[in-house]
Design a protein around this ligand. Sequence first.
Ligand code: DGL
Length: 272
Amino acid sequence: MAASTSVPIGVFDSGVGGLTVLRALRAALPAEDFIYLGDTARLPYGTKSAGTVSRYAIQAADALAARGVKCLVVACNTAASVAIPVLAARLAPMPVIGVIEPGAEAAVQVTRHGHVAVIATEGTVRGGAYPLAIAGIAARVTTTQRACPLFVSLAEEGWTDGPIAEAIARRYLEPLFRTPSAPDTLLLGCTHFPALIAPIRRVTGPAVTIVDSAETTARATAARLVQLGLARRAGIGSVKLLATDGPERFARVGSIFSGEPIAPDEVELLDL
Ligand code: DGL
């Protein structure tokens, strides 16, 4: 049966970081209802093997599909980097949109000299999905990757700026950007990294273009829904929040990422 326009959009992340993607989706698609699932019981995904992350992603996708969604957005870069093909095959004909392709396309469009840096979790870097996607779009573009795992902890702690965040940003990024062949574009390939934009920007300097896959994914989702005749055109959308553990922590830390306060009783616990 064809999905109706009035059905919600499912958004999945390993935890609260994907609320940056949800925020961008709500701005791009204000009439849509969303169900957001954060797998907080098993966060982080970024340090786990591809097989484990795929298994978790399938469980989360099945749970959202069972609640009835018209489209699945995989907001977690680590999950998207390994599980999009398996999720797309499993949920077909439902559209499954990950953050990798839209982010890669945006980086290719803005790079001036054809050198893009991607910063992400260890898992995303190890899987090489971003360099592959970028090379698939534009073979002339070179990609340099750097895993920045401590950025995830910093963002979760709320230490998004100040001397500690800046020292860690320098340690990770100076070797990339203080060289004559430095990248001209930086792709934030992790849900948590937009929260650290201030210290990151101070290290890169103003000449580097920073690409955030949240906004590009929201644009890609909107375009896909319109193309499939699934976009809802009128009304004011709602958000349902689901987490696999710790509604209190989800609410506290999630508020950093969503840009608005979340109350613990707004978060429903779900066992996958
Ligand atoms: N959501 C993950 C990502 O975008 C970051 C947090 C984690 O490691 O689970 O890669």
